[in-house]
Design a protein around this ligand. Structure first.
Ligand SMILES: *Cc1c(COP(=O)(O)O)cnc(C)c1O
Length: 230
């Protein structure tokens, strides 16, 4: 299938799931994950109405910036503190806020640019050694620690579920993130507005929509298998 057909297929599926669980289609934003994808193929996706792209490496955002800057750029990968300065004025949402040192650096750089940086806190719900993110029990304390950072805004939570052949097996993690999200809505921090969940990739986005996600991050489903693992 072509990139265009893939995008149409996924949009249809998103609509279908939204209808089934009584959600509005426009509550779910499709992020085309363009990591390792060359600019020509990204261009095709942008022409086919992908207006949000996700990248997981700062260097790739820099290299592709001219091509992707008309879309909203989402930083979805692990972010090294010393690289924040390169992307602070280029991305619209950082999905991978996961530690105090990173929050401090984002806050500092955002202040220098006179902006407020929107972020999601990454949570390692399944507690996997191989994944970044705060543990569930660390999230509230973290929000407490960054509550006075005026140039950071936390708009929600993100997670990467473990890979499971049967996506039903990750439903528990999505449910858990949604529960934490709802609990944190009751907290009163001036720079935290729990509005968005970012969960769901090619293999598990339908389950994630059923469980309330607002961003689905889809690479393989749009561009096919990546040539090398990143
Ligand atoms: C690569 C990646 C995706 C997309 O994964 P696919 O399975 O190709 O859809 C989503 N989120 C993050 C954080 C990623 O690194």
């Amino acid at each position: 299938m072509s990139i265009k057909e893939n995008i149409e297929h996924i949009r249809r599926e998103i609509k279908e799931v939204c209808n089934r669980v009584n959600r509005e289609y426009d509550e779910v934003t499709l992020i085309g994950v363009t990591k390792t994808i060359d600019c020509e193929r990204i261009r095709q996706a942008l022409d086919d109405k992908i207006d949000h792209v996700g990248e997981n490496k700062v260097q790739e955002i820099m290299n592709k910036y001219e091509e992707i800057k008309d879309a909203k750029i989402h930083m979805i990968g692990h972010l090294q503190t010393n690289k924040v300065k390169y992307i602070i004025d280029k991305v619209s949402l950082i999905h991978s806020l996961d530690r105090l040192s990173l929050a401090k650096e984002i806050n500092k750089r955002a202040k220098q640019h006179g902006i407020i940086m929107d972020t999601l806190v990454q949570v390692n719900v399944a507690n996997e050694d191989t994944k970044f993110g705060l543990k569930v029990e660390e999230v509230e304390r973290f929000l407490e620690e960054i509550r006075d950072m005026e140039n950071i805004r936390v708009l929600g939570l993100m997670t990467i579920a473990p890979y499971e052949e049967d996506s039903e097996n990750v439903r528990i993690y999505f449910k858990e993130l949604k529960n934490i999200f709802e609990e944190l809505k009751n907290k009163d921090y001036s720079n935290v507005h729990m509005k968005y969940l970012s969960m769901g990739m090619t293999n598990d986005y339908k389950v994630a929509i059923e469980e309330g996600t607002n961003f689905v991050r889809i690479g393989t489903g749009i561009f096919g298998e990546r040539n090398y693992y990143k």
